[in-house]
Design a protein around this ligand. Structure first.
Ligand SMILES: [Zn+2]
Length: 309
């Protein structure tokens, strides 16, 4: 999506008092436009921030602090008006491009972490959520044991090996059945349409299937995986313990966090059966060497993180 959309029309303004015709300078409200450059919060990906300007983009009309889907396909912009906004006004919508770029890097990071976890810990690992924010990512998953320091190092190393390959991310829209047959991962617990599902692939010429990661995902991603720079795991916490403070990654200046608790990366809500029937890529290209060792610690320790979405 473009960073800016000009000549967008204000279709509706909602405040705590309901639908109104105008929002005065200084007031907060939600604004619906006929088109926008702002990504709404979806799955684990946080919303863009940005601004409304006049047509010349010289006068600030409103700050956009977030956006969400009140219903499918409709974006409500959370705004603080700097000038009076009226229904029918034309505005230029500008997203914070730098912030979006950081969110996108972390979103692609969650796909890499998902694949690495399944490769290192085993394909029983299921994503139960994620957070893709500008300053960090959090990946939530189910696994029957604590992930030890050696495993964390292996996961981090594998992810960074993929980043260095710098392959170009592929996206395509296909049938659900076709996507799952090709090894795409569905988000645990969600429901998908039969048609027009979006598949995001991180190719890897070294892998038997030709890819490192393939997921059903409606979110936004980097163009090449090397755009991420580096991914640093700073903590791992078993659910339901609250996640620990993250630390800045020295190489990237970004904060990445890693934990086992919450919500999603796919924009389509999902079914656990699909995820189980179609475990997707992983084991064959990268040996699942840890599974046996972990299994010996006892199935009684097994538990699943509860989706919190
Ligand atoms: Zn995704």
């Amino acid at each position: 999506m473009e960073r800016a959309v000009r000549d967008s029309r204000i279709e509706a303004i909602i405040t705590k008092n309901g639908a109104v015709n105008e929002l005065k300078a200084g007031d907060s409200g939600e604004v619906v436009l006929n088109r926008t450059a702002i990504y709404a919060e979806s799955g684990g990906q946080v919303a863009d921030t940005g601004a409304f300007y006049d047509s010349s983009e010289s006068q600030l009309l409103a700050k956009v602090t977030g956006a969400f889907y009140p219903v499918a396909g409709l974006v409500a912009h959370k705004v603080v008006a700097k000038e009076t906004l009226r229904v029918g006004d034309r505005v230029a919508v500008v997203a914070d491009a730098d912030r979006r770029a950081r969110i996108i890097r972390n979103h692609t990071g969650t796909h890499l972490v998902n694949a690495a976890l399944r490769n290192i810990l085993g394909t029983h690992v299921k994503q139960s959520g994620s957070l893709n924010a500008p300053e960090r990512l959090r990946f939530d998953f189910s696994h029957f044991a604590h992930v030890d320091a050696e495993e964390l190092r292996d996961i981090e190393q594998q992810v960074n090996d993929e980043i260095r390959l710098n392959t170009e991310i592929e996206t395509n829209v296909t049938l659900l059945e076709e996507a799952l047959t090709s090894g795409a991962l569905a988000f645990f617990g969600d429901k998908y349409p039969e048609h027009n599902v979006r598949v995001v692939t991180i190719p890897d010429p070294r892998a038997a299937r030709g890819f490192y990661s393939k997921e059903l995902c409606g979110g936004t991603h980097v163009q090449r995986v090397g755009d991420i720079g580096v991914l640093k795991i700073v903590s791992e916490n078993p659910w339901p313990q609250a996640f620990a403070e993250s630390k800045p990654s020295p190489a990237s200046g970004r904060w990445n966090i890693f934990n086992r608790k919450r919500s999603s990366c796919g924009n389509w809500p999902a079914s656990s059966t699909w995820a189980r029937r179609h475990p997707g890529p992983g084991g064959e290209a990268f040996p699942d060497r840890q599974t046996a060792r972990k299994g010996a610690r006892g199935a009684e320790a097994q538990r699943s993180a509860q989706p919190d979405r």
